[in-house]
Write a protein that binds this ligand. Structure first.
Ligand SMILES: NC(=O)c1ccc[n+]([C@@H]2O[C@H](COP(=O)([O-])OP(=O)(O)OC[C@H]3O[C@@H](n4cnc5c(N)ncnc54)[C@H](OP(=O)(O)O)[C@@H]3O)[C@@H](O)[C@H]2O)c1
Length: 322
């Protein structure tokens, strides 16, 4: 019988990380997930192959302890806005540098990294995209000889616990009349979390993927407005989308970034100026359109529940995903 292999998921307690953890654990990997707030992620512990650890991964000594004895590491740490100036640099660029150094120091040979579509150190339209690009460049420059690296650039990701469809659906449910939408024309190719996870898991042992950067998109391109209209239709809400022009979109960003929760920032606005699509990439299968049809169940309108259950193709749970 082959010996069980260990894998460390940095940022593994997040939306994508959790699904990746279940998929890897189902394949027999012993998955370790450090978290600042493990008590919030106890659901992960239902899987016997998943260990949840309280840790400060930003501390190099703590990171070294966590990396010791691992066969592979996957980094999913990422933020969408800065709480303090310099956070993008701290958590994207400086952090990956420490991860690469630590992996080399303790002899880890495989490192995978989740970046974002449009990430580009030089031409990224926002600080988020430039810092993600710089991190990826760093990874591919220093992660050579002895440490095999692969990175993924997904478009926006959807799934049961996402912060995208869920967030818009939650807001739209509270609104009656018109919803003023910034960057309504921005183009996205949403990718299902199960598809992304399958891609990541499938390349861990694949030599072809060493030193590669993969763009990952869903099968269809939507504007942001079209996505909201799908949600509205599925939930049968009494709301219409009111697209805002550039000036008002920027104004909305300036206002919201100064409110608690930072629902939308100027940096998010700048990210949305770049199409998040894969003109040359190979596309995943799962359709956002089909997925959104199931929203009425998640958000309490049970009228179509029986039909939905009959047709529902998604299985995001510890027993296995699609
Ligand atoms: N979701 C998307 O649509 C999407 C699209 C493209 C790219 N990505 C990239 O994919 C990765 C994962 O995304 P996600 O949506 O799963 O993110 P998420 O749900 O926000 O999870 C992020 C994870 O990073 C950890 N983390 C965040 N800030 C940290 C900090 N300051 N110190 C230590 N840990 C920190 C969190 O761990 P704890 O809070 O438990 O400590 C959490 O597990 C990110 O790099 C993101 O940029 C996501």
């Amino acid at each position: 019988m082959s010996k069980q292999r260990n894998i460390l998921l940095l940022g593994g307690s997040g939306f994508i990380g959790k699904q990746l953890a279940y998929a890897l654990a189902n394949q027999g990997w012993l998955v370790s997930i450090p978290s600042r707030r493990p008590h919030r992620n106890r659901s992960l512990l239902v899987h016997p192959n998943i260990r949840l650890l309280e840790a400060n991964i930003i501390d190099p000594a703590n990171l070294k302890q966590l990396c010791t004895g691992q066969h592979a590491v996957i980094n999913l740490v990422g933020i969408l806005h800065e709480r303090r100036k310099g956070d993008f640099r701290r958590y994207h660029v400086d952090f990956i540098k420490t991860v690469v150094e630590t992996c080399s120091e303790v002899g880890i040979q495989r490192l995978l990294h989740i970046s974002a579509l449009g990430a580009d150190q030089a031409t990224g339209s926002s600080l988020y995209l430039r810092s993600k690009g710089e991190a990826e460049n760093l990874l591919h420059t220093f992660g050579q000889r002895g440490l095999q690296v692969t990175s993924f650039q997904p478009s926006v990701v959807f799934g049961m616990e996402d912060d995208f469809i869920n967030r818009f659906a939650g807001i739209l449910k509270l609104i009656f009349g018109y919803f003023p939408l910034a960057c309504a024309d921005s183009k996205l190719a949403p990718v299902y979390v199960g598809d992304l996870v399958d891609r990541i898991v499938s390349v861990i042992d694949d030599r072809e993927s060493f030193s590669r950067r993969y763009t990952i998109c869903g099968p269809e391109i939507f504007t942001l407005q079209q996505i909201l209209e799908l949600i509205i239709e599925s939930l049968q809400l009494p709301v219409r989308v009111m697209p805002l022009g550039k000036g008002l979109s920027r104004l909305q960003a300036v206002i919201l970034q100064n409110l608690p929760g930072k629902l939308f920032t100027m940096d998010n606005y700048r990210s949305l100026q770049t199409d998040s699509t894969c003109p040359d990439g190979d596309l995943c299968q799962t359709s956002l359109r089909q997925y959104v049809k199931g929203l009425s169940v998640m958000f309490g309108n049970k009228r179509d529940y029986d039909n939905f259950r009959k047709d529902y193709p998604f299985h995001e749970n510890p027993e296995g995903h699609s």
